[in-house]
Write a protein of this length. Structure first.
Lengths: 344, 344
DNA sequence: CTGTTAGCGCCTTCAA
DNA sequence: TTGAAGGCGCTAACAG
């Protein structure tokens, strides 16, 4: 690899002059600038960003950690983050924790040793506190995405999970549903708790009682709680609708329902958080609370870069993005059969 | 940030000894090793990978460049690449060219300045030759994914586009279709040319003539060729089926068809390459040639790492992965109306 | 406008 | 088993 010294020798200048040409700093005569540039081209020079980072003490690299790279919510978010990072001249190092604390920890170690300038961090859950504290210890600025972590004060971009949940469940109640199950994410994830709160709120507003036996905790990545679902369906008064806490849970639940011979929405209505990406636009089916995924990424990135660039310490900022109810065909009024079942 | 010197001072040893402890090299007495380790913990030491890379002349980082981060084909591929990279102790720097040569070039500049050890490269198309040659000039090993680039000899992992296309079109012909349109990717992308070849082959095998006016060239990212589509539909003998060269084109085409009042498959059948991710599994609709996206990533990564690790120069390797015909409900026999239209 | 010196954090080489 | 010197490629600070 050619270095500034190689260029310097061939152009009959000092390395420092080459460095100045590369970075457009200081004053340089047009003549030498041209000469140096020409040699750089000839020798195909590319600056070594490692060496530069070492002396500048900054890398111009940022990290984005998401919890599921196959989920359209996060890929859309990633694109928002990437577009914004690029606009500010930052490179982006992606990482994927798979909702797994161990992988998340590995990733944080990597971040630390790479000395990135900042991190966009979608935490796996409450136990992400420790890796986040590590980032803090090492003075690496970060912004939380999508999920809060109790005990951690930081900039963050969240969705309004409670209100979104309230809308979804409110919609089901308006349709006439009275027995609504909740298939939630893990309870150590803030969005799961808030969606639960919204679920309760909707019941309260409608003056309906809540039956705790209608709530199942699962995992945002996929649905494996078949036996719990069977339990729900065998209840004396089974649910006529299901609120799945995210898109992938909804898919899993619907597949499980169909295996058991239930139709959606004829036998049960299903709603969930988050869209499904371009594929869904073909045959829009699920009634969802749609979140502005791209904005999560681009706004989060802006907060992060602002914090990195600001000399003084900014106050902590917390953005909450609303979601939007999109009524499609996975919801309907409960059928007489269902209502009868519910009357048991 | 604490350095090996900070540790050294506190542990009463030289920096060199600390370095040896960190890397588990050389012989060190158990006593000092323990002492040093303890101080490292206390001070929360994390090695600076920039500094290390600078002297070792390798970064243990690889790059993955894909052309569309929102396309499930590529996110699945990315996960395969990531899993394998991690298994071998490499970090992965993602990049997204959006099928855009300019962005791709920027990305290659970034790769060069970051001095990554190797690149998994899904080229935007034939004009990617130049950035690839740059990588070659700088002796950075790479593996091509999904697409060939004429004039570039390299390791690669491809899908069998021709045979996949032949299967899809063969399926349409078996159903009775005789007028089959092809909405292809851009002609400077190798897969588009091969899918075109498979389309021709299927016709030839069935003894059917090919009508060039039934072929439209578009862009893999999305479908904007509405007027060209209108042209097809107004033909005296319009197509009764459409082969879209990838998943996103199929989505665009079907939406355009529906806007015009056509139903799929009643009025026109549609087939395409690639699946749609988990969302599609709910209401499987499109008949596709499904590619093993994860394998593209994981096998490509293996080839890359093998090449990086091998002292001698390996022969060039080219893997071609088969695709699988998945018949779903976007295809049906042509209706009498259509056949009548075709009889004009 | 240009050059010299020193050092970012680490590891290789050689010496003790 | 341990340490000292030097250098990876670059730039800040100072000098001319």
């Amino acid at each position: 690899m050619t270095t500034i010294y190689d260029i310097a020798k061939k152009a009959n200048v000092s390395a420092m002059t080459v460095s100045r040409v590369v970075n457009n700093t200081g004053r340089i005569s047009e003549a030498t600038r041209k000469r140096v540039k020409k040699v750089m081209e000839e020798m195909n020079y590319v600056p070594n960003s490692m060496a530069r980072s070492l002396v500048l003490q900054k890398t111009k690299m940022l990290s984005l950690l998401i919890t599921d790279i196959t989920n359209p919510f996060f890929t859309t978010l990633a694109r928002g983050a990437e577009d914004t990072a690029k606009r500010y001249g930052y490179k982006l190092l992606f990482g994927n924790s798979d909702e797994d604390y161990a992988k998340e920890k590995d990733y944080v170690d990597m971040i630390l040793s790479t000395r990135v300038d900042g991190v966009l961090f979608a935490p796996a859950g409450d136990r992400s506190l420790e890796p986040l504290q590590q980032l803090q210890n090492h003075q690496i600025p970060f912004v939380l995405l999508d999920r809060e972590v109790p005990g951690m004060e930081a900039d963050m971009v969240l969705g309004d999970s409670k209100e979104g949940a309230r809308m979804l469940v409110g919609h089901l109640i308006e349709l006439g549903h009275r027995r609504i199950a909740l298939i939630n994410g893990a309870p150590d994830v803030s969005t799961a708790r808030l969606r639960s709160a919204g679920y309760l709120e909707a019941h309260k507003l409608a003056g309906l009682p809540v039956d705790e036996s209608l709530v199942i905790y699962a995992n945002y990545r996929d649905f494996h709680e078949d036996s719990a679902l069977d339990g729900l369906l065998r209840l004396p008064s089974p649910p006529t609708a299901i609120f799945a806490a995210n898109n992938f849970l909804a898919i899993g639940v619907i597949q499980a329902l169909r295996q058991r011979g239930y139709r959606v929405p004829e036998d049960l209505s299903v709603v969930c958080f988050d869209d499904f990406g371009p594929a869904e636009s073909l045959n829009p089916f699920l009634t969802v609370a749609s979140q502005q995924a791209y904005q999560f990424g681009s706004l989060g990135m802006q907060l992060l870069i602002e914090r990195i660039d600001s000399e003084s310490d900014l106050p902590r900022r917390k953005l909450v993005l609303p979601s939007e109810l999109r009524i499609r065909s996975s919801t309907a009024a409960p059928t007489s059969i269902n209502t009868k079942a519910a009357d048991h």
